[in-house]
Design a binder for this molecule. Structure first.
Ligand SMILES: N[C@@H](CCC(=O)N[C@@H](CS)C(=O)NCC(=O)O)C(=O)O
Length: 234
């Protein structure tokens, strides 16, 4: 049986199945990337709900795994060289899981880097910018009288959706014919922008029918539907 005692996080969120990959997360757009991925690849895992509303990701046990205090993070009891291995940053986790299982990342070198390029696009642009729309449109920032921050992030979000629209024209998935970690990284963010953040009209989402069809295609995947609800609070 795997020994996770070197990871303080395992003391606060104890593993019932220490031989399974341990996921510490919440069903947010960054969190669900990893749960969707795990559901897609079928690797046995144990999800732990981290209540970010109660700042649980800022506890010493969590910070020992991710000093950046954000979900998601994982501990893989069967990491490189068979040793337990901890990892944070959702993009790094997606790449790690894809390489570990040989799934959702093309083997062809050019296609592989093209896919990674779009994962970085999500990490560097889609996530941070859409997140600011959430803050200034839906959450605490909506009270701010000066609407320039909201306008800036809404305009940039619209531009980014336009980049996706162009990329997806003539392709079912972001990397091309195959569904990859680039889609896994991006689906939850686009869904959130027009759903939970209520920014559909603000960013003019209906002007991007190709992105809308891609989103529909992605959300129709059973693994995506399951991943979107994991870890549950209860
Ligand atoms: N770049 C990080 C971002 C993670 C992130 O921002 N997570 C948010 C939830 S979506 C979080 O943990 N927020 C809690 C907090 O900041 O207190 C990743 O992709 O893993």
């Amino acid at each position: 049986m795997a020994d996770l005692s070197a990871f303080p996080i395992a003391a606060r969120w104890p593993a019932r199945h220490p031989d399974r990959l341990q996921l510490y997360s919440a069903p947010t757009p960054n969190g669900v990337k990893v749960s969707i991925m795990l559901e897609e690849i079928g690797l046995p895992y144990e999800p732990h709900y981290v209540d970010i509303g109660k700042d649980e990701s800022w506890t010493p046990e969590y910070l020992a795994l991710n000093p950046n205090g954000k979900i998601p993070a994982i501990v893989d009891p069967d990491g490189p060289d068979g040793k337990p291995f901890g990892l944070f940053e959702s993009g790094a986790i997606l790449l790690y899981l894809a390489e570990k299982t040989g799934k959702l990342l093309p083997a062809d070198a050019a296609l592989r880097y093209e896919t990674i390029q779009w994962v970085f696009f999500q990490m560097a642009a889609i996530g941070p910018i859409f997140g600011q729309v959430g803050f200034f449109h839906k959450f605490a920032g909506r009270e701010i009288a000066d609407k320039r921050p909201l306008e800036r992030y809404a305009t940039e979000s619209r531009r980014l959706i336009g980049v996706l629209e162009t990329r997806l024209t003539g392709r079912p998935w972001i990397a091309g014919d195959d569904y990859t970690i680039a889609d896994v990284a991006t689906l939850g963010w686009v869904r959130n922008l027009i759903g939970f953040y209520e920014a559909r009209d603000l960013v003019g989402f209906d002007d991007f029918p190709t992105v809308a069809k891609w989103l529909e295609r992605g959300l129709a995947r059973p693994a995506v539907q399951r991943g979107l609800t994991i870890p549950s609070k209860g």
